[in-house]
Ligand binder design. Structure first.
Ligand SMILES: NC(=O)c1ccc[n+]([C@@H]2O[C@H](COP(=O)([O-])OP(=O)(O)OC[C@H]3O[C@@H](n4cnc5c(N)ncnc54)[C@H](OP(=O)(O)O)[C@@H]3O)[C@@H](O)[C@H]2O)c1
Length: 235
């Protein structure tokens, strides 16, 4: 049975991807920090692995000896919204660690074995914020632009070994990403009128990409809510 590792599988997009991969027949290991949500993964057929992305330097040791056929670098966070010049430096540094350095460290721990075995698939959950940045999340946008460039460069290095790399450019998905930084009313407004994807939509796309034959490399896919940007309340 092929093995998959999904980071940030305790919630949102990562959990939906992990569930989709279990349904597709993979033996899935899912990482996260929240102990209750980690424990709940077993009931979904996912093997839980406690792994913090806060200290990328410690990731290599934590993943030593693990071998996977599919890696989904999904775990990520959003710092408080606001002008970068007035923001806490710790928030920016943590965003870079969790969203950029940690997926690089996870990839470095898993990729050499894929290359040696001449097969595997690495996904990176990027964002439209990395391609069409918006205000008040400058550090977040920088990490997502960085992960996109990293994915595309990496792909060129490993393609000859038969390893595929896919950047997922996700638009707005209804998750808890904004739960600490927006009021409940603001969150509700953000997802009103079906202007958010469901995490399961992204999970279905990942499973579809993996179902393609080995000679097909989906290097990037964009996935957005159909109705995003549609004005409401017009006369
Ligand atoms: N939601 C969107 O609209 C959207 C759009 C584009 C891209 N994305 C990207 O999608 C990915 C998943 O986000 P989501 O929307 O599903 O958010 P979410 O519901 O908040 O889930 C985030 C996941 O990442 C894990 N995580 C966060 N910080 C971590 C840390 N320091 N160490 C270890 N694990 C950590 C969480 O695990 P624990 O809570 O257990 O630590 C959780 O499983 C992120 O990379 C995000 O940037 C989201």
């Amino acid at each position: 049975m092929a093995k998959a590792l999904v980071t940030g599988a305790t919630n949102g997009i990562g959990r939906a991807i992990a569930v989709a991969l279990v349904k597709a027949g993979y033996a899935v290991t899912g990482t996260g920090r929240n102990p209750d949500r980690l424990a709940a993964l077993s009931a979904l057929g996912i093997t839980p692995l406690a792994l913090s992305m806060d200290r990328p330097d410690e990731i290599a040791a934590a993943l030593e000896g693990h071998r996977f056929d599919v890696l989904v670098n999904n775990a990520g966070m959003m710092p408080p919204l606001g002008h970068f010049a007035e923001s806490d430096w710790e928030d920016a540094a943590r965003t870079v660690a969790v969203n950029l350095l940690a997926p690089m460290a996870v990839t470095r721990a898993i990729l050499p074995d894929m290359v040696a075995r001449k097969g595997g698939h690495v996904f990176f959950v990027g964002s439209i914020a990395g391609h069409t940045p918006y205000a008040n999340v400058a550090a977040y946008c920088a990490t997502k632009a960085g992960i996109g460039a990293f994915a595309q460069s990496l792909r060129l290095e490993v393609a000859a070994a038969g390893v595929r790399v896919t950047e997922i450019v996700a638009g707005r998905v209804e998750t808890e990403l904004y739960i600490d930084i927006l009021s409940p009313e603001a969150r509700a407004a953000m997802y009103a009128n079906q202007t958010g994807l469901k995490p399961e939509d992204v999970g279905a796309m990942v499973a579809a990409v993996l179902a393609l034959p080995a000679h097909v490399d989906v290097t990037r896919f964009d996935i957005n809510p159909t109705r995003i940007g549609t004005p409401t309340g017009t006369k």
